[in-house]
Design a protein around this ligand. Structure first.
Ligand code: PLP
Length: 445
C-alpha cells in the first residue's frame, strides 16, 4: 500500500484497508456513487484549519491586520461563510464575485473590490452595497468613482494599486507587479503619485493607502521583501512631500502551496512573520507610523483542501524513442475543469483513488476528453501499471483556480463541488447539466 504524502493531500485524507482513498471519513466509492465524476471534494476542516492558521499567525502582530480571502481562487456561498465565520473578509474582483459574496451574506464592509476594468455598473453596485473599500487601478477609475460617488452623494474608502517593479519568481501569467503588464499604477513613472494627489483631493474618496500584489504561487519571500520595501518607501515619499499619512498597506496574496511532494513552500506562520517584520522594519526605517496591514490569501487557504476525482475511460500506451512507453490515461474531464496545466505548465500529484495501486510504476500522463492534445491534467507522473478503465483517480491540490476557472469547452458541464466533514458529504454546488448549457441557446427556444 503506497502511503499518502501529507503535504499535497487534504489534511483528513486516509486510506482504508483496500487502499481506497477516504476523505474526512467518506470513501471514494461513496462519493462517486452519490455525486458522479468529475467531482471536486473539499475537506471542510482543512480549509478551516488554514483560516485558523492565518488568524493565529497575525494575531500577535504589532499593527492591526485584516485578512481578506481572495474569492477568485474558489468561491461558493458556504465557503465564503466559512471565511467570515473564521474572522476573514473577502476580496472580489468582478460584479459576479461581488454578487456571490453579498448573496452569501458576507457583510459588505468586509468586502474589498478589485479589478483592472471595473464597469460603471459594477462600481455603482459596490458603493451602493457599502463595500469596505475599492482598489483603484487606473485614472479612468478615479474619474468614474468621482462621478458615481457624486451622483450617489456618497464617499468611499479606496486604495491605489501600485506597480512596484518586482518580478515575482513564478509563472509569467501570474506575476503581476513588473512594469509591462496591465495591473496597477507605477511608482517609478510618477503615475502612482499623480493618482494619489488626485484621489486625495477628491471630496468623494478617502485614500486609505496602497495595494501591491506581486503574483501567485510564490515560495521565495524576497519578492515580498522588495515589494513591501517599495510600497513603504512610496508611503514615506508621500508623507514627506504632502504630509500624507498612509493608514493601511495591502500586500495582496501569493503564498505558494505544494503541488508535488518535493515542493517546499513556506508555512503560513513563517510567511506571516516575514511580512510583519518587513512592514515594521521598513516603517521604522522610513520613520512613518506603522500602518494597518492587509493581506489577501487565496490559494494557500483553499488549494490543498480539495481533490478532483475523475473516472478513467481509456488507456493507451504510446511508444517513445528508445524503447520506452508512456501510458496515456484518459479521464472524464480535462482542461475544462483544470486549465492550470495548459496555462501555467502546472504539475500535480495523482493516485488511483478507489483501491491500492498494484504493479510496477510506469511513466504516465493523465489527459482529458477535450479535442486538444494540450488537454493534459497531469503531464508527467509514475502511475501503477494496473490502472484500468473504470478506476477512479484523485488529483491533489486542486482547490484553487480550478473550479473557479472552469469552462464549458466542448460543451462539457462543469463538475459538482462537495464538502466532506466528519464522515459525511454535502453538496455545495450541483453539477451542471446539458440542459443548463442548452438553456442559454436562443436558437433552441
Ligand atoms: C489582487 C489579488 N489579490 C490576491 C490574490 C490571491 O492570490 P493567491 O491565491 O496566490 O494567494 C490575487 C490572485 O491573483 C490577486 O490578483
Amino acid at each position: 500500500m503506497s502511503a499518502l504524502e501529507p503535504r499535497v493531500w487534504p489534511l483528513n485524507t486516509t486510506l482504508n484497508r483496500h487502499g481506497e482513498m477516504v476523505f474526512a471519513g467518506v470513501s471514494t466509492s461513496e462519493l462517486v456513487q452519490e455525486f458522479g465524476t468529475p467531482l471536486f471534494v473539499i475537506d471542510e476542516l482543512d480549509v478551516k484549519e488554514k483560516i485558523k492558521q492565518y488568524v493565529t499567525a497575525y494575531s500577535d502582530a504589532p499593527m492591526p491586520v485584516k485578512i481578506h480571502y481572495a474569492s477568485k481562487a474558489y468561491a461558493s456561498a458556504d465557503v465564503l461563510r466559512w471565511m467570515v465565520e473564521g474572522g476573514l473578509g473577502v476580496d472580489v474582483s468582478t460584479g459576479g464575485e461581488l454578487a456571490l459574496a453579498l448573496a452569501a451574506g458576507v457583510p459588505p464592509e468586509l468586502i474589498v473590490m478589485h479589478g483592472n476594468n471595473k464597469s460603471m455598473e459594477e462600481i455603482e453596485r459596490g458603493i451602493t452595497a457599502g463595500v469596505g473599500a475599492i482598489v483603484i487601478d487606473s485614472f479612468d477609475e478615479i474619474e468614474r468613482l468621482n462621478r458615481i460617488c457624486k451622483s450617489l452623494n456618497k464617499t468611499i474608502d479606496v486604495f491605489i494599486r501600485l506597480t512596484v517593479g518586482v518580478e515575482a519568481h513564478t509563472h509569467e501569467a501570474i506575476s503581476t507587479a513588473h512594469e509591462d503588464q496591465k495591473f496597477g499604477l507605477s511608482i517609478f513613472s510618477g503615475a502612482a503619485e499623480q493618482a494619489a494627489i488626485e484621489v486625495n483631493s477628491s471630496p468623494y474618496m478617502n485614500l486609505l493607502g496602497f495595494h501591491s500584489h506581486i503574483g501567485s504561487q510564490i515560495f521565495d519571500p524576497r519578492g515580498f521583501e522588495l515589494s513591501a520595501a517599495r510600497v513603504i518607501e512610496f508611503c514615506a515619499l508621500l508623507h514627506k512631500k504632502y504630509s500624507f499619512i498612509t493608514k493601511e498597506v495591502d500586500l495582496g496574496g501569493g503564498t505558494g502551496i505544494a503541488y508535488l511532494p518535493t515542493d517546499d513552500p513556506m508555512s503560513i506562520a513563517d510567511m506571516a512573520n516575514v511580512i510583519i517584520d518587513l512592514v515594521v522594519r521598513e516603517s521604522e526605517k522610513h520613520k512613518i507610523a506603522l500602518p494597518t496591514l492587509s493581506i489577501e490569501p487565496g490559494r494557500s487557504i483553499i488549494g490543498q483542501s480539495t481533490v478532483t476525482l475523475y473516472e478513467v475511460g481509456t488507456i493507451k500506451p504510446i511508444e517513445l524513442e528508445g524503447n520506452t512507453t508512456r501510458t496515456y490515461i484518459s479521464v472524464d474531464g480535462g482542461m475544462s475543469d483544470n486549465i492550470r496545466t495548459a496555462l501555467y505548465g502546472a504539475q500535480y500529484t495523482a493516485r488511483i483513488a478507489n483501491r491500492d495501486p498494484l504493479g510496477e510504476l510506469v511513466q504516465s500522463r493523465i489527459v482529458g476528453k477535450h479535442c486538444e492534445s494540450g488537454d493534459i491534467v497531469v503531464r508527467d507522473l509514475l502511475m501503477a501499471s494496473d490502472v484500468a478503465p473504470g478506476d477512479f483517480i484523485a488529483v491533489a491540490a486542486s482547490g484553487a483556480y480550478h473550479r473557479s476557472m472552469a469552462s464549458n469547452y466542448n460543451m462539457l458541464a462543469k463538475p459538482a463541488v462537495v464538502a466532506v466533514k466528519h464522515e459525511s458529504a454535502r453538496l455545495l454546488v450541483r453539477r451542471e447539466t446539458e440542459a443548463d448549457l442548452l438553456a442559454l441557446d436562443q436558437g433552441l427556444l
